[in-house]
Design a protein around this ligand. Structure first.
Ligand SMILES: [Cu+2]
Length: 157
């Protein structure tokens, strides 16, 4: 019986990510995108997947969002030949590819005072609804296998 309960619990734990959909992360939560805030701590423990998005909220005109590379991030340097910054005050950035992403505020002194964010985006997000059911099918096979193992376990323990 214990084995079966464990099997069901494990299957349930596996099932949740398969059902989860793309997430929208408000950078800095209620503090938004601002200086004198620790975005490294904010990003800690969060797992970003392709398909998720970031939202940068701030009073328009007070800050902006530059997507930069790792070097410019380290140096707090605005990219010279890159796209103009986002300035709407409610900027949504879809995370389209896996890998490291760097963002800074281009207003003088802000990046240096902590208005910089680096995240790592992982492949293998849950498929959006209607996109593919293969992931769910795989989980169902896993669930059946676990129930089988659990049932066999009951015979032996
Ligand atoms: Cu700023």
């Amino acid at each position: 019986m214990v084995a079966l309960i464990i099997a069901v619990a494990v299957a349930a734990a596996v099932y949740v990510p398969a059902e989860a959909s793309a997430k929208q992360y408000v950078v800095g939560d209620e503090r938004g995108w601002t200086n004198n805030f620790d975005y490294a701590t904010w990003a800690e423990g969060k797992t970003f997947f392709v398909g998720d998005s970031l939202v940068f909220n701030y009073p328009a005109g007070k800050h902006n969002v530059f997507k930069v590379n790792g070097t410019d991030f380290q140096d707090c340097a605005k990219p010279l030949a890159a796209a103009p910054p986002l300035t709407s005050g409610s900027d949504e950035i879809p995370l389209k590819t896996a890998g490291k992403k760097w963002y800074i505020c281009g207003v003088s002194g802000h990046c240096a005072s902590g208005q910089k964010l680096v995240i790592t985006v992982s492949e293998g997000s849950a498929p959006p609804a209607g996109y593919s059911s293969s992931g769910v099918a795989m989980v169902n096979i896993g669930f059946a296998a676990l129930v089988l193992v659990g049932t066999l376990g009951m015979l032996f323990f």
